[in-house]
Design a protein around this ligand. Sequence first.
Ligand SMILES: Cc1cc2nc3c(=O)[nH]c(=O)nc-3n(C[C@H](O)[C@H](O)[C@H](O)COP(=O)(O)O)c2cc1C
Length: 355
Amino acid sequence: MTELKLLSPLKTDTFEFRNRVFMAPMTRGRSPDRVANELTARYYAQRATAGLIITEGTQISEQAIGWTNTPGIYTDEQIEGWRKVTQAVHEAGGLIFAQLWHTGRASHPDFHGGALPVAPSALPFNSQAFTPEGPKPTVTPRAMTVEEIQSTILDYEIAARAAKAAGFDGVEVHGANGYLPAQFLEDGPNKRTDAYGGPVENRARFLLEATDAAIRVFGPSRVSVRLSPRIPYNDMGDSDLEGTYMFAVEALEARKVGMLHFMEPAQLPDGLDLLAPEARKRFTGKFIVNVGYDRDTAERAIATGLADAVTFGTLFISNPDLPERFRRDAALAPSDTATYYVGGEQGYTDYPLLG
Ligand SMILES: Cc1cc2nc3c(=O)[nH]c(=O)nc-3n(C[C@H](O)[C@H](O)[C@H](O)COP(=O)(O)O)c2cc1C
């Protein structure tokens, strides 16, 4: 049996992750009442041999909602629901972080009684929201006031407290995929002229204040931040991607955040250089990479020092015991995309373990 670095433990001052095969956050749309439940607990417990599980995007408030049947983390009922999940994962020997999510402009009026979603700026953009009636084009959002921004930062803190009460080992601030913190960070969607717009110091403020809110509750070592410079999803764009993101990385380093979860396709088109090595140089916490990795490319990322761990998304959907499959170099089951976001057990908790 080959000794994969991917399967070696990863130690920090706070954690001992049992391997470097982490589970990426994935929205699964199985919480019709916005509360995690027994089925959620079974799904995550099945995957508890991951070095770390990062939950699906979990909204921090009513206003943060932007997807059908996704769970939240701000009410007592939601805390009780998530407690079932954290207990089941801990009983199975795993560790689990909650991903704190605000969709911002990527939401839809259907989630807000007809009111507009919020964003840094009221700009039209081209995307789709996953509403109860199916995918719908997104709308031009409403620009947030400074008071609203500040109360949203408080929502991050309230959600982090809820996550702690629910027994999570830490939280990840979802700063990726064109959701609210990324909408502030990139200069395409952010045309503000106040303290939250203009130069990168200002555009990064929202992400950093949300991160500070999580740090106030968990301490920096239990906080992860997810960034995705090269993911244009949700009509994102920035005139200086590298400068913008390296500023953010350095600011996260200054805060001694425990983990930086850096999304960048493992295979970039010709002519594009990876930003991950630059980010890695600037960050002394644990550096986690994602998007399109398999057993071999992930092993190489660890062996070459590019990353400390790799998160796997789609492979974890259909291979609940992914670390063991990697160990045995076993065949991997394909995931059924038709059941990614629909309710129920099918395509969720019915993927078998290895015999
Ligand atoms: C069904 C599905 C749901 C996802 N939901 C989220 C999410 O809630 N939060 C997030 O940050 N990324 C989300 N992603 C992105 C994944 O975390 C991951 O970046 C992506 O699947 C690429 O990794 P992979 O190549 O290993 O699948 C989702 C991906 C999939 C397939």
